[in-house]
Design a protein around this ligand. Structure first.
Ligand code: BYC
Length: 336
């Protein structure tokens, strides 16, 4: 459903960038050669400072998104409508936690500790995906998150399996496999509801109406306003631009909505024969930036929940550290 194909037009609308200053010309030449040959950069390799910083920024934001993303759906575990749905939802939310952990580990290979990344999240300095700052009002929202939010995430993440930084690319392969299950379980839950009562069908339509535009904004600002895209694409971190990925997602989702029997809340959404893509309406970027900058409906609640969970877990970390230092002391004593 979501493929590795690169059948999108060349991104012509990217913001132009000034190449960063060269710190070490010989090492830079080897690095550039590897990037040009589509090779992988590994943790022990020399890399420009900007490349390292961009990766830490993106991978840690990605990890935070996975962890904060557990919250809107986690709210529904105790209210799932059947044992089967509860078991699926528990597995999905647990997967998201696992994704966060792979990603924190990938970022740690770049020399930033998990503690530093978590401090940045908890102090509000680090970003996480805007989408998790909206509320899940009813069970249909859980299905729509699987179908649309995970669907958008997969579209964005499949090209990251080819990212030039080895540990990130390898982590994304497993993440994408699991996200594919997440997307399908969401779509299947919605198909079941659409075969139900009028009230259930109305719940699905209402959830689609509330989430559609937020999912389109998940891909990030338009290419022309994206400060990082051009350089990240030059470095092989991003492979497809924000606008091209958004377009791919829309084109893949329209037929799925038709099969499901819902409408997408955009009067301007229509097939453009000449472009061989769907045209679509204006995304509300003011609302997006307001949410990214901390003023969405759930930002404060999400951050407070994360900080509380972290603080409540302090005794577990203390106990694990005390145990490992006891084990180390025992090994040293035995060896003496
Ligand atoms: N939300 O130049 P741009 C999941 C920020 S979770 C918030 O385009 P870039 C799931 C951007 O960070 C998976 N902020 O940046 C979990 C930058 O700010 P800074 C989520 C956003 O990095 C649970 C500024 O805007 N996926 O699947 O080249 C349940 C300028 O943007 C957003 C990922 O994290 C946003 N939506 O491109 C269900 C994918 N968009 O850093 C599902 C990995 C942009 O300058 N990340 N910003 O302060 C990426 O692919 C890229 O970082 C982005 C942005 C496409 C998101």
């Amino acid at each position: 459903m979501y493929t590795q194909s690169f059948n999108v037009q060349d991104s012509t609308g990217l913001k132009s960038v000034t190449p960063p200053a060269v710190e070490n010309p010989e090492a830079q030449a080897r690095f550039d050669q590897k990037i040009d040959a589509d090779g992988k950069i590994e943790p022990q390799d020399w890399m420009p400072d900007g490349y390292r910083k961009t990766l830490v920024r993106q991978i840690s934001q990605h990890a935070h998104s996975e962890i904060v993303g557990m919250l809107p759906e986690g709210n529904w575990i105790s209210r799932a409508p059947s044992l089967k749905r509860k078991a699926i939802l528990i597995a999905k939310v647990q997967d998201e936690g696992g994704h966060g952990l792979y990603l924190y580990s990938a970022a740690e290979t770049l020399g930033t500790s998990r503690g530093q990344m978590l401090d940045a999240l908890h102090s509000g300095k680090a970003k996480y995906s805007s989408i998790f700052n909206y509320p899940t009002l009813n069970w249909a929202d859980v299905g729509v998150i699987g179908w649309l939010v995970d669907g958008a995430a997969i579209s964005n993440q499949i090209p990251l399996c080819r990212c030039s930084y080895g540990p990130y690319a390898r982590a994304m392969i497993r993440v994408c496999k699991e996200e594919s299950f997440h997307q399908r379980q969401g779509y299947e839950a919605l198909l079941t509801m659409m075969g139900g009562t009028d009230a259930q069908k109305a719940m699905v339509q209402d959830a689609v109406n509330r989430w559609w535009w937020k999912c389109l904004a998940m891909f990030g600002p338009p290419d022309a306003d994206s400060p990082h895209s051009a350089q990240a694409m030059r470095w092989g971190i991003k492979r497809i631009s924000n606008d091209d990925l958004r377009q791919k997602f829309i084109d893949a989702t329209v037929p799925q909505a038709r099969v499901l029997g819902v409408t997408l809340p955009d009067p301007d959404l229509k097939w453009n024969e000449e472009r061989q893509h769907h045209d679509y309406g204006q995304i509300d970027w003011d609302e997006f930036w307001s949410t990214v900058n901390g003023n969405g409906p759930c930002n404060k609640e999400r951050l407070a929940t994360r900080v509380k969970a972290h603080n409540d877990g302090q005794w577990v970390r203390d106990a694990a550290l005390a145990y490992s230092s006891k084990q180390l002391n025992k090994t040293l004593k035995d060896a003496a």
